[in-house]
Design a protein around this ligand. Structure first.
Ligand SMILES: Nc1ncnc2c1ncn2[C@@H]1O[C@H](COP(=O)(O)OP(=O)(O)OP(=O)(O)O)[C@@H](O)[C@H]1O
Length: 817
């Protein structure tokens, strides 16, 4: 059947969205024919719906639709099929009511619409979670089996991969195995889903399109293996992060959502070449000079902090470091310490005090190194990313085997670790066991100059991890205490973590002043997932309407102009940035800058696999942008630095449609290096750079992305409020299911703010003005299966912190005097 042209309102609906608005649910078997055509076979079954009241009221709710999601236990997949967008559904229903006679009498229920997520996963959908080793799974399927002759519509992974994956085999067998009543009809105990699928593929019963899918996956796999072995030569060592110009992506699921949209490009007469600034001719030479001056380490750099202001817990940790340093010659055992504490308890401040002390003690800047998992947090404490300093490979090649780095990596690593005595690592909640394994392995190699040693971290006197387990967990890696990692590095990382036996807990939160008792208590409850109704009501004061009532309309204007908006995912981040860009587009033309890709897989490579370089960058003058890799951390040009575009300059005979700009001049008020444009010391020329992805394909692109909004992951470590880089934070905390996949996300976002305001003072935060954060979301209890290991770890560390206090009571009492 050809439905003709589909109206825009009904285009691109996800499977779940279609189910929520349809009056009937027909199921047809569609097959892909050998040469690409489509055919249907068998019966077209229309499942009857309730004929009375519910069928007239839309949208339907998850419990009213016959859709069962099948997924692996613990994997909270965010498949597009299950994504629901409230306003898309509202538009579709309104269109159907006006244009489709069958829908003319429906009621569109506001209260039902309000139960749908703005853009995200829908709670309440019937879901089967299975575990490869779990016999219970089969029982679950039996319960849901087609008892009354009505077959459930099963959704699972329908993308064929080679080698065959259990999830795909399970979905295909459930869908296509004839007349099954229990799982044992399909897979006997003696066999597995994959084995059974292999047999099924040989039969007449297996649909041809399934056979074709598998064949195609097999061919692609073979092609890739050939390409991989071709490129496996000397010149293609694991991709690593150079110290200078580098990037670490905290949110590895990033996909470039920069799909096509309508914008004004200035037309053929737009002048993209002339500029009102006098720029030196060669930005390349300027960058080389900058690189040289950034690596000059002739004098001790002191950070602006005062050790006299440390509170007693901070001082205790400080004393432990100094004790180990001053006794280093007397065979004191190396310090392997963890400093824990809630957001704002002064961990970063303490790091800066220790850095100053160690530098002064040894008379060298490079005796101490501060490392962070993300560029943003590294910049906040004048550190570098751990991937860049320790040359940790990223991507698929990173996890193969534990072998010492080759010459290209090893020599610079040894050079950097030559004087290393103290390693301080912040934001440890983001560091997984794999990364920790790599860190220790490379640090030992760097410090020991190739000498074999059994002592960990190359026996340097001090290694300290700072962080808060309640904050965001590692991306694509499991925490070092969870013992889930199976690669050699992950196992190594878990073992290394056990050697950290000295613990100091910073119990006082300093970011929020003593007069901020209510926010402090609310934050503490968020941290423990114990927000009560009264606290939830207090938190709701920061909704747009309530702020308006309390402070008047000006506050909304101030917040609109000066807020950093944080979102749970890149999809919503992109929608916000696009909206803001189009507002600027009313005055300034947009240049569409397409990445240049070289290599078999590079076109499809997402930005996280291509060193942060996005496929298509839409940009215009006065756009807020964010650096997507470290250009020069020392001078404030770090991954995540947000600033404003002042000029987009193309060279002669080139245009945005066909070329990349020669320079984008960006105003970075916190840039501290030598000037590029005379009289405008903060203008930095951002030029295209080249990065390799994990398939060793090249991508060339300007290392920028739009920066009006960012993700919650990227804001970890920031302080927001008066006198800080960002004045306000506008928070979109995402759904409950987002929180259960990212425990601590709401707490991380909210704890960035210093104050909740007062009669004559603006609060530092508000909720995203486009959403209503309800009590249910704020009183969320958390997912125990995910949060239980965190709680256990917190208890373990707490016991160790008591023991540390007993063992080193003389150092603690020094502080109390
Ligand atoms: N001893 C101190 N004296 C003065 N100010 C301090 C002290 N300790 C912390 N602060 C200030 O308190 C605020 C929060 O501190 P900091 O950023 O170090 O906390 P944190 O524990 O690292 O937070 P997060 O976990 O959110 O990164 C900062 O503005 C910092 O300057």
């Amino acid at each position: 059947m050809d439905p003709g042209e589909v109206p825009q309102e009904l285009q691109n609906l996800s499977v779940l969205e279609q189910q929520l608005i349809c009056k009937t649910a027909p199921t047809i078997s569609i097959h892909l024919l050998k040469h690409g055509g489509l055919a249907s076979s068998g019966h077209c079954v229309t499942f009857p719906q309730e004929v009375n009241e519910p069928a007239q009221i839309f949208p339907k709710l998850p419990e009213e639709i016959k859709l069962i999601r099948v997924r692996k236990k613990g994997r909270h997949d965010s498949s597009k099929d299950f994504n629901v967008r409230r306003y898309t559904i509202q538009n579709a229903l309104q269109w159907l009511k006006i244009n489709n006679p069958c829908y003319s009498d429906i009621t569109i229920s506001e209260s039902r619409l309000a139960q749908l997520p703005l853009n995200g996963e829908m709670d309440g959908l019937q879901t089967i979670e299975y575990d490869d080793d779990d016999d219970e799974t089969d029982k679950t399927f039996q319960d849901l089996g087609p008892a009354t002759g009505e077959k459930p519509v099963v959704h699972g992974n329908t993308e064929a991969t080679w080698p065959l994956h259990t999830e795909y085999c399970r979905t295909m067998l459930l869908l296509h195995w004839p007349n099954w009543r229990s799982i044992h009809d399909i897979v006997p105990d003696s066999s597995s889903w994959v084995e059974q699928m292999n047999t099924f593929l040989q039969t007449e019963t297996c649909p041809n399109f399934v056979k074709a899918q598998v064949e195609r996956a097999k061919r692609q796999y073979e092609k890739r293996t050939e390409a991989d072995s071709d490129s496996d030569d000397e010149t293609c060592s694991p991709i690593e992060q150079p110290e200078w110009i580098d990037v670490i992506q905290p949110n590895a699921v990033y996909d470039d959502f920069s799909s096509e949209f309508q914008f004004w490009d200035g037309g053929p007469d737009q002048d993209w070449i002339c500029t009102s600034y006098t720029c030196p001719n060669e930005p390349g030479k300027w960058w080389n000079d900058l690189k040289e001056s950034s690596t000059c380490t002739s004098q001790i750099d002191n950070l602006v902090v005062d050790p006299a202001s440390l509170n007693e817990d901070q001082k205790f940790a400080y004393n432990l470091v100094m004790h180990t340093l001053t006794s280093a010659d007397n065979n004191v055992k190396p310090l392997r310490m963890v400093v824990t504490g809630a957001a704002g308890s002064g961990k970063s401040y303490l790091i800066k005090c220790i850095v100053n002390a160690v530098r002064t003690h040894f008379g060298q800047n490079d005796a101490v190194q501060v490392l962070c998992p993300t560029g943003n947090s590294a910049n906040l404490i004048s550190g570098v990313t751990l991937h860049s300093f320790l040359h940790i490979p990223i991507g698929a090649r990173a996890s193969k085997e534990m072998k010492p780095p080759d010459g290209l990596t090893g020599q610079p690593l040894q050079q950097k670790c030559k004087n290393l005595k103290c390693l301080l690592i912040d934001e440890r909640s983001l560091i997984g066991c794999n990364t920790l394994g790599w860190m220790e392995f490379h640090c030992s190699y760097g410090v020991n100059n190739e000498n074999e040693t059994t002592a960990n971290w190359g026996d340097i006197p001090i290694v300290v991890f700072f962080g808060d387990d309640i904050q965001l967990p590692p991306v694509c890696d499991s925490p070092p205490y969870s013992s889930k990692g199976k690669t050699p590095f992950a196992i190594h990382g878990s073992l290394v973590w056990q050697t950290f036996d000295t613990v100091v807990h910073l119990k006082n939160v300093i970011r929020q002043n003593c007069d901020q008792m209510q926010p402090k208590e609310a934050l503490n409850s968020l941290r423990n997932y114990s927000v009560d109704k009264e606290q939830a009501r207090w938190l709701q004061q920061f909704q747009k309407d309530n702020l308006l009532r309390r402070y008047g309309p000006d506050i909304l204007t101030r917040m609109k102009e000066k807020s950093l908006c944080v979102f749970p995912n890149h999809d919503e981040e992109w929608s916000h940035n696009k909206k803001k860009l189009l507002e600027k587009n009313k005055i300034y033309p947009i240049a569409k800058v397409t990445a240049i890709n070289r290599g078999i897989h590079s076109n499809s490579s997402s930005s996280d696999k291509s060193g942060g370089l996005i496929r298509i960058l839409y940009i215009c003058k006065e756009a807020r942008v964010m650096l997507s890799c470290n250009l020069c951390v020392k001078f404030g040009l770090y991954n995540g630095a947000v600033r404003t575009v002042k000029e987009i300059i193309f060279s002669k005979n080139t245009l945005p449609q066909t070329h990349q700009p020669e320079i984008i001049l960006v105003d970075f008020p916190k840039y501290t290096g030598p000037p590029y444009v005379k009289d405008f010391p903060q203008l930095v020329p951002v030029t295209p750079i080249e990065r390799l992805d994990c398939n060793c394909c090249k991508r060339i692109q300007i290392p920028l992305r739009l920066g009006w909004g960012t993700t919650i992951h990227r804001c970890q470590g920031m302080t927001i409020g008066t006198g800080e880089i960002n004045r306000y934070i506008a928070i979109n905390p995402g759904s409950k299911s987002f929180e259960s996949r990212n425990p601590g996300a709401l707490y991380v976002a909210l704890s960035r703010a210093k104050t909740a305001g007062g009669p004559n003072e603006d609060p530092d935060f508000c909720w995203d003005p486009n959403i209503w954060v309800n009590e249910d979301r704020l009183c969320h209890k958390g997912d125990t299966s995910l949060t239980r290991p965190i709680t256990n770890e917190i208890h373990r560390l707490s016991r160790l912190s008591e023991k540390t206090k007993q063992d080193y009571s003389h150092l603690f009492s020094v502080t109390e005097e």
